[in-house]
Ligand binder design. Structure first.
Ligand code: ATP
Length: 240
């Protein structure tokens, strides 16, 4: 059991769909100030891992600790209140609702209106391209902008740790670079980050620490810069 205040610590976490295991005995940690990435191919179990951490999939065994507290199996709304927020794969915006309404939803559980307004202003500073379009329906933005809105919405809950599920998937290279810069900027504001990615090149360039997930299990762990130099990782994930 973790007794320190590590932002996120996962131990021996397993989850299955029916009898089919999707993640098996996963151990990982996001330490204070870190961007941590989990790199894995299609179907490796990345989304299941995120969903199990954030209470959408029930673990069959193992523990999740948030800042030292056992939060295993707590539902997403309880975790948001404890400082964990998720940007799901596919963004899940409310497309008919305006950008502003989507951002307000991110803050729905907060009653501290002065702090919400301050965070709203800070979030818009991070995303200048969204600033003048607050009354535009979210569904009409480009794919990259919708990803930014999903991140902005998650930030409106004032998370201490942010989980990002494949934020660069399907985006053009210039937009991927912009999202990568944003993730670093968000980290510099003091938010701890767990980034799940198929795009190993980008993920390893942004992250401090990295894990490789294959067939539902962690098969390697190292500093991200070291991981990027590993011949196996280069061959399997970087096309080198
Ligand atoms: P992707 O990059 O395609 O999103 P992933 O690494 O996120 O892949 P998961 O979506 O977690 O992988 O899937 C892990 C395994 O669990 C896969 O074999 C997948 O087919 C299976 N799986 C995922 N969701 C379900 C579900 N709702 N019911 C049954 N099996 C599922």
């Amino acid at each position: 059991m973790t007794t320190d205040a590590t932002p996120l610590s996962v131990s021996k976490l397993s989850a299955s769909y029916g009898v089919v295991p999707a993640i098996v005995n996963v151990d990982l940690a996001v330490r204070e100030g870190q961007v941590v990435t989990i790199v894995g191919a299609n179907g490796a179990g990345k989304s299941t891992l995120i969903k199990t951490i954030c209470g959408l999939v029930r673990p069959t065994s193992g523990k999740v600790h948030l800042f030292g507290e056992d939060v295993t199996g707590l539902p997403p709304d309880r975790l948001v209140a404890k400082g964990l927020s998720v940007v799901p794969e596919g963004r899940r915006l409310f497309g008919e609702m305006t950008l502003l309404e989507n951002l307000e939803l991110g803050a729905f559980a907060r009653s501290d209106s002065v702090a919400v307004k301050r965070d709203f202003d800070r979030v818009l500073e991070l995303f200048p391209e969204l600033r003048d379009r607050l009354s535009t329906p979210a569904g009409t933005f480009s794919g990259g902008q919708q990803q930014m809105i999903a991140v902005a919405r998650a930030l409106m809950s004032a998370p201490r740790i942010l989980l990002l599920d494949e934020p660069t998937i399907g985006l053009a290279p210039a937009v991927v670079d912009r999202i990568a810069d944003l993730i670093r900027q968000i980290s510099e504001t003091g938010v701890n980050i767990l980034l799940v990615e198929q795009n190993a090149e980008t993920a390893l360039a942004i992250a401090d620490h990295a894990y490789i997930l294959e067939g539902g299990s962690i098969v390697a762990e190292d500093a991200a810069a070291e991981m990027a130099k590993s011949p196996e990782v280069q061959r399997a994930y970087l096309g080198i």
